[in-house]
Ligand binder design. Structure first.
Ligand code: ATP
Ligand code: MG
Length: 449
């Protein structure tokens, strides 16, 4: 486990009263207003789920979810600005000055029929019923003036365990996403999956298969952002990896350590693909299967192409500019981080070199050249030749950015045109070796490379 996990391990889990105090200190104004309004209406109201867990752990806080015994229509009446998103599941989104707050009626779930969603939700007035339908003990706590923890969430936080609320087999059979969520929380919190919960993972596979790819993608992405990637062993052992990305089969300790050193998210998937010798197109296929946005598919594919193009030593100077020119400055910084994780020690400084090279803003594309297609046409080139000449000019400039002057490039292109009249094949479009403009003293310096 990486050092970041170690930091979490050494952090003390707060006590119940410590959490109530921290909650009062950290609570966004909008959440406090919502709770006060619910109090004034005589309702029970609690902060529930992830916020309570993260308050105990002293982690950065994300969404604050509120649960109450009021019905959705009663909640709606209490607030002037609401978005009735998810009202059929009992959730009203209250729009506050500090952002939206989800207020959900205490609910139990009706029967799960298809392993994905409950057939119906049943509203309750009992907080414990609401906590009982939640996935893991550490997510099944509520806090207000006191902490309500009927399933031993605090004990599991102290033991660093992800444990299902109730019988793991049954809970996984209800909702096939939960097995992957178990691994995701183990990764993000740096926790272990409790024995019975772990034992129930393989049997959950048929239900896992029914879950929408989008929901699986969100959890896999969060898993890949985790402080620990040890849960990847369980992802493979349980059979979930076989369904998600059989191409990536073969998790071992070296791979896990390498991926923990890579930037969180899909960059880790890209490193994993490199380690398993998956092609760039294959990596794209995995992300397409997971219904990732096209932009993310292209980006990961590009990272792989960029890395396959790198040698054992990091490129510098002219080679680095060529690399940047090929992959574009947009994807290059992330591709460089992937390279650092994948290639190891020799590429330690590579992301810094890439950032520095980009900061200097050298000409990297035909559009950055000091001449354009019109200029080339004026020299007598036509049709496809224009693009070839501009490509040659770009190569010439990538060698030394200070060559990007109109006069120098005109002279260079002119030489190409002279070459054309002498040669019948296309080789004249390669830049003449050692070409330099004698009228331009800056060309004699070789300080760009
Ligand atoms: P994060 O900080 O990553 O958002 P979170 O605990 O808030 O963590 P969410 O996915 O936002 O996780 O869910 C909010 C809460 O809703 C959880 O803490 C849990 O109590 C409950 N929950 C979410 N998904 C499920 C599920 N599939 N089955 C049971 N309970 C769930
Ligand atoms: Mg959340």
């Amino acid at each position: 486990m990486g050092t970041r996990t170690g930091q979490i391990r050494s952090r003390r889990v707060k006590t119940g009263s410590g959490v109530v105090r921290r909650m009062q200190r950290c609570m966004p104004e909008g959440v406090a207003t919502v709770l006060q309004r619910l109090d004034a209406a005589g309702a029970q109201s609690f902060v529930v789920g992830g916020a309570v867990r993260d308050l105990f752990l002293g982690r950065p806080l994300g969404d604050w979810d509120v649960a109450t015994d009021l019905r959705p229509e009663q909640i709606t009446e209490l607030f002037t600005r609401v978005a009735p998103i998810g009202i059929e599941h009992g959730t009203v989104m209250v729009l506050t000055r500090t952002g939206p707050v989800e207020v959900t009626t205490f609910r139990g779930d009706g029967e799960y029929v298809d392993g994905r969603r409950p057939s119906r939700v049943v509203f309750h007035t009992d907080l414990e019923v609401d906590l009982g339908r939640r996935d893991f003990t550490v997510n099944a706590m509520a806090a207000r003036r006191v902490v309500v923890d009927p399933f031993g969430g605090q004990v599991d936080l102290n033991r660093r365990l992800i444990r299902c609320v109730g019988d793991a087999k049954e809970r996984f059979a209800e909702d096939g996403l939960r097995p992957l969520r178990a691994l995701r929380f183990a990764a993000t919190l740096g926790f272990f999956v409790e024995k019975a919960t772990r034992a129930a993972l393989p049997a959950a596979l048929p239900t896992f298969a029914k879950v929408a790819w989008e929901r699986k993608r969100i959890e896999l992405f969060k898993l890949l952002c985790g402080v620990s990637l040890k849960p990847l062993f369980l992802l493979e052992e349980s059979g979930m990896l076989e369904q998600l990305a059989p191409e990536l089969f073969g998790v071992n300790a070296r791979l896990v350590a390498m991926l923990e050193g890579a930037p969180p998210g899909w960059a880790r998937l890209a490193c994993w693909a490199l380690a398993r010798q998956v092609s760039p197109g294959g990596c794209r296929t995995i992300l397409a299967r997971l219904r990732a946005p096209k932009r993310e598919q292209r980006m990961a594919e590009n990272w792989l192409v960029a890395n396959l193009d790198l040698g054992s030593k990091p490129p510098a100077g002219c080679e680095l500019r060529r690399w940047l020119s090929r992959f574009g400055v947009e994807d290059a910084p992330a591709a460089a981080l992937v390279a650092r994780a994948w290639k190891g020690q020799r590429y330690l400084q590579f992301p810094t070199s890439v950032r520095q090279a980009i900061r200097v803003a050298p000409p990297l594309n035909v559009a950055d050249l000091a001449i354009n297609g019109r200029t080339v046409e004026d020299l007598g080139f036509a049709g496809k030749e224009v693009g070839l000449v501009l490509g040659s000019c770009l190569n010439f400039v990538l060698e030394r950015p200070s060559r990007n002057r109109r006069r120098t490039l005109l002279e260079f292109a002119h030489r190409l045109s002279t070459g054309r009249s002498q040669q019948k094949n296309n080789t004249f479009f390669s830049p003449p070796i050692g070409f330099s403009d004698p009228r331009d003293p800056s060309l004699e310096r070789d300080d760009d490379t």
